[in-house]
Design a protein around this ligand. Structure first.
Ligand code: SF4
Length: 419
């Protein structure tokens, strides 16, 4: 039986696509292997959102050269955001690669041309569904629109059918994915929006939870906030990347909103959904970011107190507006210092937030087992570990929290299972 090996880095969209590619290869008779040396087909699902990610992909490709040299029949394929429209150039740079195909597409040599038509045979209890590909925003630092192309929404009926089938195959929770899910539907005939899609999915029997990411602060509508507040299966968890706490930096990033708008949005969300868990993304060391402007970001994070903050140091990506027009003039050591300061601040905030859950009974969807413990997530997305001899994957259980940390919680299952 031929064997396949998939190497994935990057966002959840890449992970979802790799899961589907793996499942499809199994339907074709391939078997998964954890050893790249034993594989007959090696597939790299790449990410280039940061220079460090692209470097990892290039290193991986270089390391596969000798394998291909010693085993000429090995099939080497590459997808993900490394694959842009300049295919000829890629083929020239990497002659050992047999196939390149764009993210979201299915390689024709495998007999399909659409990723969406391939579902994992045994989806995990919490699975991913892409609802919109691409992005129309062109934030000045971001390479994604150049690699994933313009926004393209999938029809609501197609997504609903897919979610029903995933539930039929064992999924309990779906996370709807898109670079900007708030743009969902504007390119479809009846112009439905994400709130319409959530209402439709909320009626699917057997589906317990719905999440979605990523939102854009300039596009998140009151209708969407209302949908999260009122639809019982939609989890109280929102990701809303702010990127910077200073208006001049936001303008240079071409984000399309102000700090004042962002504060107002968070206040509205918290008023309507008091138990909401919020996450955000921040870039430090953007070109010309002064100490004072960085402090504005620190102040915003201290004031708004997010459950999770993803922080990255700015690195220019060739081909973006920022790399062409702005000088990368914040020294690396300063970027590292700012990054560290935010990590420390967030550790303190997450400790405070999670400590409040001590002694509480929370609903957890058990997703798997790691060593001697089960793990799963609350509706608000908190990672919970619990010990129990029971058999839980895919079940909703109630767990009494006995230990908290900034990154996860630990507890004990109480008898009242609620599935
Ligand atoms: S919204 Fe901005 S950061 Fe997000 S994918 Fe689109 S261009 Fe990139």
């Amino acid at each position: 039986m031929p064997q396949y090996y998939i190497w994935t880095i990057g966002c959840q969209m890449n992970k979802a696509e790799s899961e589907r590619l793996g499942s499809y290869l199994e339907q074709l008779g391939y078997q998964a292997t954890v050893s790249v040396e034993q594989a007959d087909l090696v597939l790299l699902n790449s990410c280039v959102v940061r220079q460090s990610a692209e470097n990892r992909v290039l290193n991986k490709l270089n390391s596969l050269k000798s394998l291909k040299g010693s085993r000429p029949n090995l099939i080497l394929a590459v997808t993900g955001c490394l694959v842009d429209s300049q295919l000829d150039q890629l083929k020239q740079s990497f002659p050992d690669v047999d196939y390149f195909f764009k993210p979201g597409e299915f390689p024709q040599w495998l007999g399909k041309d659409k990723m969406d038509s391939v579902l994992p045979r045994y989806p995990s209890p919490s699975t991913f569904v892409t609802i919109i590909q691409g992005c129309n925003n062109f934030c000045s630092y971001c390479i994604v629109p150049y690699r994933r192309g313009r926004e393209k929404s999938r029809p609501m009926a197609e997504i609903a059918d897919e979610v029903k089938e995933l539930v039929h195959r064992g999924a309990k929770e779906v996370t709807l994915l898109g670079q900007n899910v708030d743009s969902y539907g504007h390119d479809l005939p009846d112009r439905p929006d994400l709130a319409d899609l959530l209402s439709k999915l909320n009626t699917i029997e057997g589906l317990a939870r719905i999440r979605f990411l990523t939102n854009h602060p300039k596009d998140m509508s009151p209708r969407l906030i209302e949908a999260v507040a009122t639809l019982d299966k939609v989890c109280e968890q929102l990701s809303l990347p702010v990127q910077a706490g200073d208006n001049d930096i936001l303008r240079a990033m071409r984000r399309g909103y102000t700090v004042e708008h962002y504060y107002q949005l968070i206040n509205e969300i918290r008023k309507r959904i008091p138990e909401v868990a919020l996450s955000t993304d921040v870039i430090v060391g953007f070109p010309s970011e002064s100490e004072r402007q960085f402090q504005q970001t620190v102040d915003l994070l201290s004031e708004l107190k997010f459950d999770t903050v993803h922080v990255a140091a700015y690195s220019p990506r060739a081909g973006t507006i920022a790399s062409r027009e702005l000088e990368d003039n914040v020294p690396s050591a300063e970027k590292r210092k700012r990054l560290h300061k935010i990590e420390q601040l967030q550790e303190k905030i997450a400790t405070e937030i999670n400590t409040q859950l001590w002694g509480k009974l929370v609903e957890v969807l058990a997703e798997g087992r790691k060593e001697d413990k089960w793990w799963g997530r609350t509706r608000s997305g908190k990672l919970v570990f619990f010990s129990d001899p029971g058999d839980f994957p895919g079940k909703l259980v109630k767990v009494r929290i006995e230990k908290t940390s900034p990154w996860s919680l630990q507890g004990k299952v109480e008898l009242n299972r609620i599935d």
